[in-house]
Every structure is written in C-alpha cells, then in structure tokens.
Design a protein around this ligand. Structure first.
Ligand SMILES: C[S@@+](CC[C@H](N)C(=O)[O-])C[C@H]1O[C@@H](n2cnc3c(N)ncnc32)[C@H](O)[C@@H]1O
Length: 257
C-alpha cells in the first residue's frame, strides 16, 4: 500500500492524461461541468481548485473569468497544467489541499474539489476539517462544489474488477477491495514493451463517503446543499451559504422606522 502522493508519482500521473482520454477531451468535459454548475463570475472573482490535477476545471474556470488557485500534491500533473496556462489567471501550487488557506488573499467566491479527490483524504475527520476550512474561507455568497464516487455499496465477486481504459499498448484495470470505512484501490497496469507485456500494480485507499453524510456535514457548517448526478457516474454535491435573515436590532429599527 502506498500513500496517495506516491501512488500518483510512481503509477498514475504518468498515464493520467491517457486515462482521461487526452487533454482536450478532458478540458471540454470540465468546461461542460463548469458551465452547468458554476456561477458566472463578476470582476475579481476567485476560485480555488482543490486537487486540480492537470486543470480539467481550473482551465475552464479561468477561461470564463475566475482567477484560479490550483492546488495539487502531484508535481507531474501540475506541470501539465502549467504548460497550458498561457495568459490565463491561474496560480499553480504544489501542496496538500488541506493547506489551501495559505494561498488565499481574500475570501474565495468558489471552491471546488472535483473528480473523486475528496475520497483521497486520509479519514472522515480530514473531510470534516476541510469543510470547516471551506466554510471559513468562502465569501458570503460563495459556493462549494464537490464530485466523488459513492463507494458505500460494496461491489462483489467479478464486479470488483473495473476495466478503466485500454488500447493496443496499454490496459488499466482497477480491483476494489472493501473495508468498513475504506476501499483499497489496486490499479493494475499492463504496458506493451516490444513483444512482451509489463505489469505494474500500485494500491491506495479511498474513503467510502455517502452523499448524505457529506451533505449533513456541510449543512452543519451552515450550507444549503443539493445532491445531483455528476460526470462519469460520480455524485455532485453543491453547497451554498445559508442566507441568514437578520432579526437583530438594525432590522427591528428599520421596521419600526
Ligand atoms: C482523481 S484526481 C482528480 C483531478 C481533477 N480534480 C479532475 O477532476 O480531473 C485527484 C487529484 O487530487 C490530487 N490529490 C489527492 N490528494 C491530495 C491532497 N491531499 N492534496 C492535494 N492534492 C491531492 C491528486 O494528485 C490528483 O491530481
């Protein structure tokens, strides 16, 4: 078993773009999701992309007018993003996503944690910690959006073998092994080298988070939450600040005046 960072460094990052169907196709999927769910930015709007990878959402967000801080622990994926930034307002940061507040100058208008990144955190307490930091860091009209896979129903038997992607020279298969709180993901990669196939396997843990649990924890931090289908079988949770109605002295004075 490896850490998430080691898994990406040694196994997944080198084939990640291939797995995602290539840069342009992935960015256009990200763009459709950003257009469907992210508010149109006004001047000076900032977005934080937690676990940004190669920029599937950071690039579309910047193209539509957000200034973006893209945080990821994989230098290789950030390098791909960096190579595509051109003049877009994107700051890439190699760090743990739980450290994102270090890179904020003001409250953010949008915070994203997309593409199953949430389940990469080490435990449920870290997810709750992230939600506290998000609640503290968002602008009063801000929004938090996360997409992740719901692993709460365990697959059984042959169903635990997931064919992820294949072509003439490469085959990526996932095997899922369930524990009460985690699913261990074994990424099994076959790569053709001349006339032989080389096998490499790397494993890491993902959290089994239910959409309802995520929603209830966000509601407890003062968000209104909706749950909807996301891309590629993921669930999308959209959390907005709960607008508090003032009942204090200022409002009462205004009413009586
Ligand atoms: C499944 S990928 C999703 C990438 C991107 N959000 C997308 O939708 O394509 C998960 C990303 O999160 C990053 N990651 C996982 N855990 C992290 C952590 N604790 N801090 C920063 N990045 C992390 C990985 O390096 C990887 O780029």
């Amino acid at each position: 078993m490896t850490t998430v960072a080691e898994h990406y460094k040694n196994h997944l990052a080198p084939v990640y773009l291939w797995m995602a169907g290539g840069f342009d196709a992935a960015i256009s999927r990200g763009e459709s999701e950003v257009n469907a769910v992210c508010p149109n930015p006004s001047n000076g709007f900032t977005a934080i992309d937690l676990g940004a990878g190669f920029g599937m959402h950071s690039i579309p967000l910047a193209r539509c007018g957000y200034s973006v801080v893209a945080i990821d622990s994989s230098p290789k994926l950030l390098e791909v993003l960096q190579d595509h930034i051109e003049s877009l307002p994107i700051q890439t940061v190699e760090d743990d996503l739980l450290a994102f507040q270090k890179y904020l100058n003001a409250k953010a208008h949008l915070i994203l944690c997309m593409g199953d990144t949430l389940t990469h955190l080490s435990d449920a307490q870290s997810v709750e910690q992230l939600f506290s930091l998000v609640a503290e860091s968002l602008h009063p009209d801000g929004m938090f959006i996360t997409t992740f896979r719901d692993y709460t129903s365990a697959l059984v038997g042959d169903g635990r073998f997931i064919p992820v992607k294949s072509d003439n020279d490469r085959i990526l298969t996932c095997f899922l092994e369930y524990s009460p709180d985690y699913v261990t993901v074994h990424d099994v990669l076959h790569e053709r080298s001349g006339s032989i196939w080389q096998l490499s396997v790397s494993s890491y843990r993902k959290l089994r988070l239910s959409p309802e649990w995520v929603s209830s924890k966000l509601q407890a931090k003062g968000f209104t939450v909706r749950i909807e289908p996301g891309l590629a079988g993921m669930v999308r949770v959209v959390a907005k600040r709960l607008k508090l109605r003032s009942t204090g002295p200022a409002r009462k004075a205004a009413q009586s005046g």
